[in-house]
Write a protein that binds this ligand. Structure first.
Ligand code: 13P
Length: 254
């Protein structure tokens, strides 16, 4: 059965001391929680990953993932990180396809397919991020755009490989804007995503994949969004930078 997941994407925020303080606070608070029915993941900037792994511990309740990786195994790619490097620091999850990578670093579905293959080839779980632009929703092409983002980057995988895929639907118009998709809009799109996976891979595969919602999730709206049947948690940006807010969102997931 699929798991609820609350993941924090710190983006390019926090200095080393700030990152350490936040990681330690989250690790401590999660250890103190009596029951934890969901996975909790933080994705700090890559320079803070080994600190974060050291503070969170390898098998503790706080998981640590990377925000990006390169598709090649190694080579002359100045400034980049490979999956093998992540793995050698104990990182077993990576975000792929975040809208900021698509917009500012020109990552398209075909490149993202290569990144997905590189990560899975190393045994690294992928949180595949995707979602439509405002003009695509206004032009009523959002379902088509989302289906294409799924098919071009993921539908070459085998059904078995889907056990290492988490989906994160993040409508671009809701990211960092304070405008959240309504719970009904989120549910409508998540159900469509699950149906699209089911049509290609069958119902068992579709029912097992966690589909997270991202875009202006805050402590005051998380419970309502997470309460929808096809929303399996969230990918949190701004509110993941404060321990109180992030823990409130974790608690809202159950
Ligand atoms: P915000 O929660 O700041 O809108 O960011 C969402 C996001 O992009 C997470 O990856």
């Amino acid at each position: 059965m699929r798991k609820k997941i609350v993941a924090g994407n710190w983006k390019m925020n926090l200095t080393r001391d700030e990152a350490q303080a936040l990681t330690k606070s989250l690790a401590q608070r999660l250890k103190e929680k009596a029951t934890l029915n969901q996975r909790v993941l933080i994705c700090p900037p890559s320079i803070h990953l080994s600190d974060a792994i050291a503070s969170a511990g390898p098998d503790g309740p706080l998981e640590v993932g990377a925000q990006n990786m390169h598709q090649a195994d190694s080579g002359a790619y100045t400034g980049e990180l490979s999956g093998a490097m992540l793995l050698s620091h104990g990182i077993r999850t990576v975000l792929v396809g975040h809208s900021e990578r698509r917009a500012y670093f020109h990552e398209d579905n075909h490149l993202l397919k290569q990144k997905v293959d590189a990560a899975l080839g190393q045994g690294i779980e992928v949180v595949y991020c995707f979602g439509e632009l405002l003009e695509e929703r206004q032009g009523a092409t959002h379902f088509e755009v989302v289906a294409t983002q799924l098919k071009q980057a993921l539908f070459h995988l085998t059904a078995d490989q889907w056990s290492s895929i988490v989906l994160a639907y993040e409508p671009v118009w809701a990211i960092g804007t304070g405008v959240t998709a309504s719970p009904e809009q989120a549910q409508e799109m998540h159900a469509f995503i699950r149906q699209t996976v089911a049509a290609h891979y069958g119902d068992a595969c579709a029912q097992n994949v966690s589909i997270l919602y991202g875009g202006s999730v805050k402590p005051n709206n998380a419970a309502e969004i997470f309460g929808k049947p096809d929303v399996d948690g969230g990918l949190i940006g701004g509110a993941a930078l404060k321990a109180d807010d992030f823990m409130a969102i974790v608690n809202a997931a159950g």
